[in-house]
Design a protein around this ligand. Structure first.
Ligand SMILES: [Zn+2]
Ligand SMILES: [Zn+2]
Length: 432
């Protein structure tokens, strides 16, 4: 109950004080961490449980696999996969679904697909997980084939599957297909558009520069959706429409007064337009209203440990911190030699886009994770990083350079999508 309310610490103290702990109490606590944005703690508790000699069951495995998906711990996740296979739990629908989700989130489509195809029974969440895996990894067309697969199996696609389909169209930049499926969903399947569909359509239209149509769509919706306005605001940022951006931001300020994102986005729209005054004013309004800044958080799995970096920390809790900084500085010099010019706007945006204490650490969390990956793995090893927020433009440019300089494949799953960097190029085509 306390975990469901988000009171994880209270739950933990009850858990700590209970005289006897069985697999149910351990599983509840692990699930509590996993569902309350503390996947790293869920994983360490899972380990403690095993040290305590309690055998996990399928429910525990689902939470642990979800936690691996949350921090991008592919290696840990693969080990859990092996264990559930040995225990014969890998045919359990929730367990297999969690595995599909894990592999999808870690950018391993082949594995996700293999688990999916090996399942005799599937539920709606399974279909959604594979569809999202395709969508987020840029294989929209496969996601569309799924729709037909579901129909063949006599399952009626629900609204969530259409979210995945629209996300696919969106990431592939296919506006007309998106409009087609939106119509199919609302007219042929009679599914009323929910907030997610609306948000997705606004994103599709916004990406194509149809800002007017996107704004009209939001205004015709029967509900107020801050998500849809957020998508519009993001699109306004890409297309430098400051007036519309300000309108969208005002809506979100009303709907979600404590959300920092619209302030951050609006002030970066002003920055990009060169209106530094307006950008500053927006930041002051944010602080004046007591809105908490966003905390960037990135993780990287090395060996069987997950390392996490938080943007705002003054002191990095890592024993390799000296080496990480030295490596990043060396790369910085090599990047400049290779033609990287720190763009003044991008650098100012870097400070605007992600909060944290001023000058705490000169790098965003994903760069620190990248630095750790470089200094602690053999040359050429691919690196996988997971980040909670959207990558900023500056880190995105820098990571492209780094992938070329160190000859490594680097994938970053940020708050929006997967980026696969290789030889100086990113799979997102610089739109995210
Ligand atoms: Zn950044
Ligand atoms: Zn990218």
């Amino acid at each position: 109950m306390y975990c469901n309310w988000g009171w994880v610490e209270t739950a933990r103290s009850i858990f700590e004080n209970s005289r006897e702990r069985d697999v149910v109490s351990w599983s509840s606590m692990i699930a509590g961490y996993s569902q309350n944005e503390s996947p790293a703690r869920a994983l360490s508790l899972f380990r403690e449980m095993e040290v305590d000699g309690v055998q996990p069951n399928s429910v525990t495995f689902v939470s642990a696999i979800d936690a691996c998906a949350g921090v991008g711990a592919l290696r840990r996740g693969t080990q859990l996969h092996e264990r559930v296979r040995c225990l014969g739990l890998d045919k359990d629908v929730p367990v297999a679904t969690a595995l599909v989700n894990l592999y999808g989130k870690c950018g391993r489509l082949e594995e996700a697909e293999a688990v999916f195809l090996g399942m005799k029974k599937k539920n709606l969440l399974t279909w959604t997980s594979i569809a999202m895996a395709y969508a987020q990894n840029g294989h929209g067309s496969r996601s569309l084939k799924l729709l037909h697969g579901m129909e063949l199996q006599g399952m009626k696609p629900d609204g969530i599957v259409f979210v995945a389909i629209l996300v696919s169209c969106n990431y592939a930049g296919q506006m007309s297909k998106g409009l087609y499926y939106y119509k199919l969903m609302t007219q042929d399947f009679g599914i009323a558009p929910a907030v997610e569909h609306c948000g997705c359509m606004v994103d599709i239209l916004g990406r194509a520069g149809k800002l007017e149509a996107a704004e009209q769509l939001i205004n015709t919706m029967k509900f107020e959706s801050s998500l849809a306005w957020m998508m519009l605001l993001t699109a306004c940022k890409a297309h430098n429409d400051t007036a519309r951006a300000a309108r969208a931001a005002e809506k979100i300020f009303q709907l979600e007064p404590k959300n920092a994102t619209p302030y951050v986005l609006l002030s970066s729209v002003f920055c990009a337009a060169g209106s530094w005054e307006a950008a500053e004013e927006t930041r002051r309004r944010m602080d004046g209203r007591g809105v908490q800044r966003l905390l960037g958080r990135s993780s990287i799995e090395i060996g069987d440990r997950v390392h996490e970096f938080v943007a705002a920390s003054d002191v990095l809790p890592h024993h390799l911190v000296g080496e990480i900084f030295a490596a990043l500085e060396k790369l910085g010099r090599e990047m400049q030699g290779a033609g990287y010019v720190p763009d003044a706007t991008a650098v100012r945006l870097r400070d605007v886009e992600e909060g944290g204490k001023e000058n705490a650490v000169p790098y965003h969390s994903e760069m620190l994770a990248l630095g750790l990956g470089i200094v602690s793995t053999p040359a050429g090893t691919p690196l996988r990083i997971t980040k909670n927020l959207r990558m900023c433009s500056d880190c995105h440019i820098a990571t492209k350079f780094v992938s070329k300089l160190v000859h490594r494949r680097i994938s970053v799953r940020d708050g929006r999508r997967h980026h696969h960097f290789e030889n100086g190029v990113c799979s997102c085509g610089d739109y995210w």
